[in-house]
Design a protein around this ligand. Structure first.
Ligand code: CP3
Length: 367
């Protein structure tokens, strides 16, 4: 299977190479805002049933690509597959989001955790990657992903979503050794998981540090950043699994994007982490992010997802503003920018507005 897709804008932008237009994909581009997704979900029964069935995961991964001129596909799965495979038992309560049957709340529970086996416990994920690569047939690259060690730990300790992160912050203050043990096993699991997805055919990898931004800068530097840096370093060295290469891939390493909500304080550190790209939310100007990272990494982002509630004209104007902000901070060049939202899409968004966004990115950035 040749590894350079017909449309390689996204991979070129991550290497900061020149492209004909700025590539664009959207976090949560597959999901409930699409009627065809809701149809498939009805047939499958639940989100987890969809994610655990490689054919169905493949079908919903491809749904947004059939509608929109997107430059990358992202594996349909979830970040919580790792703790589920560690034995915490993931389930969803309608309207309440993800939950764990067995949260980990103390050092003893943490000591019992181990890295799941990627080709048995998480085989359904690797099978989905292989199936999607085959069905994509080289049209656009496939992104694999994982949660960050800190973000996974938030769900594992809280037992689900949280507003104040009281339990995990109490652990950070009262038993930092236990929390570091948890982050350490999570990091081993994330490296093995991303390496296995790469071996199965993922052509780029993204780590979602969705909750890094709830930490004070000092706590972020203690509990999130070092683990992100370890992931970037070990993936670049090919650790976590044998460094399986696809035919024709020997020349290019699989790029890694570190996405974080509220990560603007740490842009310089993230640019020095060894990652190829850094994903930012809408609380920072792309131009400022570009100036501060000095071309060391590609940048991904960063429209407020709520922009999609605006009129087509308002969406076009916000797209142009973000593209120009990046260019102005990047010495007049649009190279090294992957267009995205600053966080995931919501179920009540209008698919017609997504088309407006995607088409405007390509039209306005054409060069
Ligand atoms: O981007 C994509 O299209 C790829 C698929 C993807 C999903 N989840 C599918 C999904 C990705 C990359 C994720 C990551 C994820 N999951 C994160 C990190 C990114 C982020 O959004 O911050 C987090 C924190 C989770 C945990 C999680 N899973 C939440 C908070 C929810 C939403 C629960 C709800 O009630 O809406 C999920 C479920 C989930 N994961 C859905 C999808 C499409 C909704 C599924 C459904 O109800 O049909």
């Amino acid at each position: 299977m040749p590894n350079t897709p017909a449309n390689d804008r996204f991979l070129r932008a991550l290497r900061r190479e020149p492209v004909d237009r700025t590539p664009v994909w959207l976090m949560r581009q597959a999901g409930r805002y699409l009627p065809e997704y809701r149809e498939t979900r009805k047939r499958a029964g639940s989100f987890l049933a969809m994610a655990k069935n490689p054919e169905i995961a493949c079908e919903v991964t491809l749904q947004p690509l059939a509608r929109f001129d997107l430059d990358a596909a992202i594996l349909f799965s979830d970040i919580l597959t790792i703790p589920d495979a560690m034995g915490l038992e993931l389930y969803f309560v309608e309207g309440e989001g993800p939950k764990f049957r067995h949260p980990v709340r103390d050092a003893a529970a943490i000591a019992r955790l181990g890295v799941p086996d990627m080709e048995t416990d998480l085989r359904y994920v690797m099978d989905a990657v292989r199936t999607i690569r085959r069905e994509l047939d080289g049209k656009v690259p496939l992104i694999g992903f994982s949660g960050s060690p800190w973000t996974l730990a938030c769900y594992m300790v809280e037992g689900g979503g949280s507003k104040d992160f009281a339990r995990i912050k109490a652990m950070a203050l009262n038993d930092p050794k236990a929390l570091h043990a948890l982050l350490s096993v999570n990091t081993d699991a994330v490296i093995a998981y991303l390496s296995a997805q790469r071996a199965a055919g993922a052509q780029a990898l993204q780590v979602f540090d969705t909750w890094g931004g709830v930490l004070s800068p000092a706590m972020y530097r203690e509990f999130s950043l070092p683990y992100l840096t370890r992931i970037a370093g070990e993936l670049a060295r090919g650790e976590g699994a044998e460094r399986t290469r696809h035919v024709g891939e020997a020349d290019a390493r699989t790029p890694l994007i570190l996405f974080g909500k509220g990560n603007a304080t740490h842009l310089e550190a993230l640019a020095a982490s060894g990652a190829d790209g850094v994903g930012v939310d809408w609380l920072v100007e792309l131009g400022e992010a570009a100036r501060r990272t000095q071309g060391k990494v590609a940048l991904q982002g960063n429209l407020d997802p709520a922009t999609l509630y605006g009129s087509p004209e308002a969406i076009r104007s916000e797209v142009r503003r973000a593209l120009d902000s990046y260019r102005d901070g990047n010495g007049g060049s649009r190279d090294g920018h992957v267009f995205n939202l600053g966080h995931g899409m919501s179920p009540d968004m209008d698919p017609a507005h997504v088309a407006v966004l995607v088409d405007e990115v390509h039209a306005y950035s054409a060069r």
